[in-house]
Design a binder for this molecule. Structure first.
Ligand code: HEM
Length: 110
């Protein structure tokens, strides 16, 4: 049974487009990770400023291995926070990881 890991990233109200651009620039970066089953970047359609990175993994071990890998570190460089160059700084002001498993549902018919 797959697991769902959601990174909820809160941005300043005018930074959402920049977040989307940064994700677009990293398209494919996670695709080859063992046990990775896909992700979606979810943009709020109301006035919330929290975007969701909804990722799906084979199991906890696969997710933990990716987070511990050089590939993750490369895509999430912590020195960016201290960068003097504003375009390199993280756009998120807060983030937290939510952990879920599928407990029911339906594939729909359309
Ligand atoms: C659930 C898994 C993930 C975790 C725990 C995670 C962790 C993080 C964290 C802590 C941030 C910083 C947020 C902030 O600025 O406060 C971030 C931003 C980001 N992550 Fe992830 N991430 C995950 C999945 C992904 C995936 C699948 C991708 C796409 C390859 C990705 C690409 C990015 C990008 C582009 C940013 C924005 C960096 C910036 O502001 O320059 N992340 N992530």
């Amino acid at each position: 049974m797959s697991i769902i890991k959601i990174n909820a990233i809160t941005v300043a109200s005018d930074s959402g487009d920049e977040l989307a651009k940064r994700f677009a620039a990293r398209a494919g970066a996670v695709d080859n990770a063992d046990g990775f089953e896909g992700f979606e970047l979810l943009k709020p359609t109301d006035d919330r400023t929290t975007w969701l990175v909804m990722t799906r993994w084979r199991d906890e071990d696969a997710f933990n291995a990716w987070v511990a890998s050089p590939a993750f570190a490369h895509g999430h460089r912590s020195e960016a926070a201290a960068s003097a160059e504003p375009t390199q700084r993280p756009v998120g002001v807060h983030s937290e990881v939510w952990s879920y498993t599928v407990a029911g549902g339906s594939p729909g018919s359309n």
